[in-house]
Design a protein around this ligand. Structure first.
Ligand SMILES: C[S@@+](CC[C@H](N)C(=O)[O-])C[C@H]1O[C@@H](n2cnc3c(N)ncnc32)[C@H](O)[C@@H]1O
Length: 226
């Protein structure tokens, strides 16, 4: 199945949303009323036709090209996207409904917050593709790839499940490897082309078009030591 994107005119979208929305909710005394709702539990029957929880998680799914394609290629897997830009979420939702894609769903969420709504050891895959690099030192705290997220991924991924990473910013790759080595629950390796059997993301297509090289990594959750 191919999506006819002409049916879904892309809304004008800024690259970033309000700076407050990248901040974890604990850092606020009072949450702004435009902050993505903090979720602790979800009724999956409101998200997926089979009412079951997701087995794949796309963190920072952007405009959802990968999420939708992955869902269509893997109809037995429920795939859940998290995205902080509300307009992107609404647009992806429109496509999911318009195309009746039963195993894809997306939620407006700041992934700097915990993933309590995902059950422990329930995911076989998580995707973290082309995160906003936040180059400036004063913006680094907006990077969601931190120990909180890694603890949550460690909890929610099954043993030997895979966290897939892509970035076109070498400094982001080094930063992510540093975070992973601090956690110690994951094995990191760069991926070769034949190990990468995934549809392309929107940002990946952009990098390819512009000739910008990018890095792919496969990160496996280690078995718990006894
Ligand atoms: C450069 S885009 C990449 C999108 C997509 N993964 C791809 O490869 O095409 C990064 C995305 O992550 C989203 N994002 C950044 N910080 C986030 C956060 N804390 N929680 C959820 N989404 C976030 C941005 O809004 C943006 O859509």
């Amino acid at each position: 199945m191919q999506i006819d994107y002409k049916k879904y005119p892309t809304p004008r979208m800024r690259h970033h949303t309000a700076s407050n929305l990248y901040v974890p909710y604990e850092n606020f005394k009072v949450l702004p009323n435009y902050y993505p709702p903090v979720q602790t539990e979800l009724d999956w029957s409101l998200y997926f036709a089979n009412g079951k929880p997701p087995q794949a998680l796309d963190i920072g799914c952007g405009r959802g090209g990968f999420l939708l394609e992955y869902a269509m290629l893997n109809s037995e897997t429920n795939v859940f996207g998290l995205e902080v830009r509300k307009q992107a979420v609404d647009w992806i939702d429109e496509i999911i409904i318009g195309e009746a894609i039963k195993n894809a769903a997306v939620m407006w969420y700041n992934s700097s917050n915990k993933l309590q709504f995902i059950q422990s050891e329930s995911l076989h895959s998580a995707f973290y593709f082309f995160p906003d690099p936040w180059h400036k030192q004063k913006h680094r705290k907006r990077r969601a790839f931190n120990q909180t997220l890694l603890r949550e991924l460690y909890r929610t991924l099954c043993t030997n499940a895979t966290l897939y990473l892509m970035t076109d910013v070498p400094e982001v790759d080094s930063y992510q490897q540093e975070m992973l080595s601090l956690h110690d629950g994951f094995d990191f390796k760069y991926a070769t082309d034949d190990e990468w059997n995934l549809p392309r993301t929107d940002h990946e297509n952009f990098s390819l078009k512009k000739g910008i090289p990018y890095i792919r990594a496969i990160v496996r959750k280690k078995a718990k030591s006894i």
